[in-house]
Design a protein around this ligand. Sequence first.
Ligand SMILES: NC(=O)C1=CN([C@@H]2O[C@H](COP(=O)(O)OP(=O)(O)OC[C@H]3O[C@@H](n4cnc5c(N)ncnc54)[C@H](O)[C@@H]3O)[C@@H](O)[C@H]2O)[C@@H](O)CC1
Ligand SMILES: [K+]
Length: 468
Amino acid sequence: MRQAHTVAQVRAAEEQAIAAVGDEALMQRAATGLAVAVADELRRRRGHTYGTRVLLLVGAGNNGGDALFAGAWLARHGVAVRALPLAEHPHAPGLAALLAAGGRAVDLPGAVGFDADLLVDGIVGIGGSPGLRPDAQQAVEALAGVPVVAVDLPSGVAVDTGETPEPHVQAEVTVTFGTHKVATLVDPAAAACGEVRLVDIGLVLPDADVEALEAADVATLLPVPGRASHKYTRGVVGVRAGSRAYPGAALLCVAGAASGMAGMVRYVGPDEVDSRVRQRFPEVVGAGRVQAWAVGSGGDDEAAAALAAALGDDVPVVVDADALRHLHHRRGPSGLVLTPHAGELAALLGEPRGEVEGAPLRHARDAARRWGAVVLLKGPRTLVADPGGRVRVNSTGTPWLATAGAGDVLTGLVGALLASGLDPFDAASVGAWLHGAAASRAGRGGPLVASDVAHALPEIVGALASEV
Ligand SMILES: NC(=O)C1=CN([C@@H]2O[C@H](COP(=O)(O)OP(=O)(O)OC[C@H]3O[C@@H](n4cnc5c(N)ncnc54)[C@H](O)[C@@H]3O)[C@@H](O)[C@H]2O)[C@@H](O)CC1
Ligand SMILES: [K+]
């Protein structure tokens, strides 16, 4: 599990570590990890490190100190290093180390004229407030186009929310220390990090509220049938999706539900859609008892009735697309998963779409609290929030997954996982992970259509199941 800790949690862990080993040792661990990452990036871009040029942007705090000590390490390894101080008193021992290693301080014209191969952003880290002060912003603008390695975080992002309300650094690589921060996992800040590299500095941390499943976690959570399992013990999922206007949504939602995670799939919908579903999926049966419902994908005007019918059974329900518009009440204890994209969540909350896109974590949590539901907010990094404030960020997928019908497959899959007995938070986050992984497998780096995702699911599940 990758965990993202808050600034307060990191500070507390740092205090403990400093008490044990001293602050200098901790900063040396961070700076060495940073220097190695910068050297890797220089090698990747230039093929070598010797004779390359690195410019450090140095703020007032320890983030600048990390940059300066890393600069000293690089200078000792043959890199030409210059530091542009953006504060009156940059970290004194760090600056002394850089100068002793042959580095030099420059002003802004000197920095621009230096023609650096890489910038190291040591303006601010976890001590920063969102945005950049004018001199920092001026420097970042003057040096635009030079690739950036960010120290701990791209300066200017909001560390604990992942929001980017003001100007901030856009990095190619972010070298973060001790643990992920919310901003390194959650968009839009995560998108400003580029590739994230985690450097272990020996912090001992508590459980975090924001986390990301990894393959091994998904393998552990996966409902795998045993020798004594039969179709009913594995769970029956019911699909009430698609409509006369959108019959394809029914087929895709059923394809997600029939990917093998539940023991049986039932479909309930208009006759002409029902016959197409049965033709395509002979294993699908009609109305009857289910352990979970998947509702709403392509539901059109029929979505309200489908939702009411599903909520009438005392089983978990995953609610998508058109059915989201008809959610009026808080749901009881059986479990509800909502699967909006940003536009649908904005409509649910009565806010502009841009507000949701700018602060997805806050809005997903708000909606989860308001509806007493697990909210799966679809996006480039899908979020799954529960009413208690826990959040999982999905790490799988490909931009090619932004394709019609992909959400319908996801709804069916989450329904199947609910039916198999996973709780709503696990069903939604495991579903998002499998869906993204299946898309990457199906597309193999290229384009795909939604039914390809459903076809690839058994292969992904099989590979995980064989690992446990
Ligand atoms: N505390 C520790 O033991 C360790 C800290 N480390 C580094 O230290 C960082 C935290 O250091 P600090 O607490 O000194 O804080 P920072 O270095 O993140 O920044 C605080 C300083 O930046 C200024 N500042 C705040 N917002 C700004 C803005 N928007 N624009 C420009 N300047 C701004 C403040 O005046 C303050 O002096 C971490 O992110 C990490 O890089 C690492 O060396 C590991 C060990
Ligand atoms: K930084």
